[in-house]
Design a protein around this ligand. Structure first.
Ligand SMILES: Nc1ncnc2c1ncn2[C@@H]1O[C@H](COP(=O)(O)OP(=O)(O)OP(=O)(O)O)[C@@H](O)[C@H]1O
Length: 282
């Protein structure tokens, strides 16, 4: 499997093969009032080396969308294909970072990062394992805490550990659900830049869920704006900046225009969600 860095030119990405394909995906969850539709007829492709962010109102179905790719939730209708094959369950090809602290409390920092590398599918030799663990502890500012257990770390450190664990196994796909949401602004910005660096050196296909319009624009090659629940695709926006990307992109007038446009769309969906809530309470 060749590793491809994010495409510098969005037009080039447009011709790359689909790695993740949503085909008419709908999900209903059972509730006391009957089935609740959370995703409705979602179809789109994420191509090789693309970085796609999903943005939409809280509770609309974004995590569910990611969980289908992760193999944790089965669609009620439609399917998700990974390299042409339907997803049947989780796998080491997909590194998943959840909103809060996906770490094992009974393992130390070092052991947590080492965990995935020891799984037979990764087949990482011991010396290389050691080097990788040391590298990610350093990158995440965790070197002094190698023997600490997660309960002795701050919330932000635990999240950095979760991120280190996911990056260390070098998955082809990164599935990230608000990975930086609980971090302070400075750490969040450092983590965004580190992610861009990792992608530049290793190349991955990324699906990111975020509530931050700025984060989505700064990191992504495309942004999928979804509607209030049930989540449908409202629009898909090509981000007009190539990679490598630097902080200066925030100052580009197109950044501001895009931010205003996407904020407007998301606010419209929050308004639709509020109208739905009023109708349901009538
Ligand atoms: N396994 C489940 N069973 C029943 N209902 C579920 C399940 N998972 C999620 N839901 C419901 O589906 C809806 C969408 O949830 P989801 O977590 O996908 O939304 P979200 O857009 O990621 O939310 P947020 O932005 O707040 O993280 C919510 O009402 C949630 O309570």
């Amino acid at each position: 499997m060749s590793l491809v860095a994010p495409h510098p030119d969005p037009a080039e990405a447009a011709t790359a093969p689909a790695r993740i394909r949503f085909e008419h995906v709908s999900v209903d969850f059972p509730t006391a009032r009957g089935p609740m539709r959370v995703l409705d007829d979602v179809s789109f492709d994420i191509r090789n080396g693309e970085f796609v962010s999903i943005i939409g109102p809280s509770g609309c179905g974004k995590t569910t969308l990611m969980n289908i790719v992760g193999g944790f939730v089965q669609p009620t209708q439609g399917r998700v294909l990974l390299d042409g094959k339907p997803v049947v369950g989780p796998g080491p090809d997909r590194g998943v970072i959840f909103q809060e602290y996906g770490v094992f409390p009974w393992l130390t920092v070092r052991q947590n990062i080492e965990f995935g590398l020891k799984l037979s599918a990764s087949k990482v030799p011991a010396a290389q394992r050691e080097e990788t663990v040391t590298r990610y502890m350093r990158l995440m500012g965790l070197s002094d805490f190698a023997s600490h257990f997660p309960k002795h770390l701050s919330g932000g450190m635990r999240q950095r550990l979760a991120i280190a664990r996911a990056y260390a196994v070098r998955p082809q796909f990164l599935l990230m659900d608000e990975p930086f949401g609980a971090l302070d602004a400075q750490t969040r910005s450092a983590m965004q830049d580190l992610l861009l660096e990792v992608l530049q050196s290793e190349g991955k296909t990324v699906l990111l869920i975020t509530h931050s319009v700025e984060e989505a624009i700064y990191l992504s090659s495309r942004i999928v704006v979804v509607t209030a629940r049930p989540a449908r695709i409202r629009t898909i926006i090509d981000v007009p900046f190539g990679y490598p990307r630097a902080e200066a992109v925030h100052e580009d007038p197109r950044f501001g225009e895009l931010r205003a446009h996407i904020r407007d769309l998301v606010m419209q969906e929050y308004a639709a969600q509020a109208r739905q809530a009023v109708r349901m309470s009538d």
